[in-house]
Ligand binder design. Structure first.
Ligand SMILES: [Zn+2]
Length: 119
């Protein structure tokens, strides 16, 4: 078997997986996340209608757009965090990591429990 064929097949599969990742978080899940946090997940700033989807583990580091990985963040937090790992950024900002993770886990669990049959 020529190796060219095999590598082409691999790259097609990779592209398909990438497309699935982008569409993982549904609009309903995003709304539920924003309601659960009630504002910016990082600084607690009010939801001014401009909260952004922040991947706790950045896409560039292998993160995905899922309920487990996305939190609402205000523009200022999102811009400041950028591509840093969340724990690194939080330490730099002197945020309470423990409190954040406790809340994050609780919200993810409650969303998973109440998830409607249809997304
Ligand atoms: Zn913020």
């Amino acid at each position: 078997m020529p190796s060219r064929t095999r590598s082409a097949r691999y790259s097609r599969r990779r592209a398909k997986r990438k497309a699935q990742v982008v569409n993982d978080l549904t609009a309903a899940e995003w709304t539920a996340l924003r309601e659960a946090w009630g504002g910016c997940a990082y600084c607690g700033g009010a939801d001014d209608g401009a909260l952004q989807k922040d991947c706790m583990l950045p896409i560039s580091r292998g993160g995905r757009y899922t309920v487990e990985n996305v939190v609402p963040a205000c523009r200022s937090c999102n811009a400041s965090k950028c591509n840093l790992e969340l724990t690194v950024w939080m330490r730099r900002k002197k945020r309470d990591e423990r409190e954040f993770w406790t809340r994050q886990v609780a919200i993810t669990r409650s969303l998973a429990a109440t998830e409607p049959a249809e997304g």
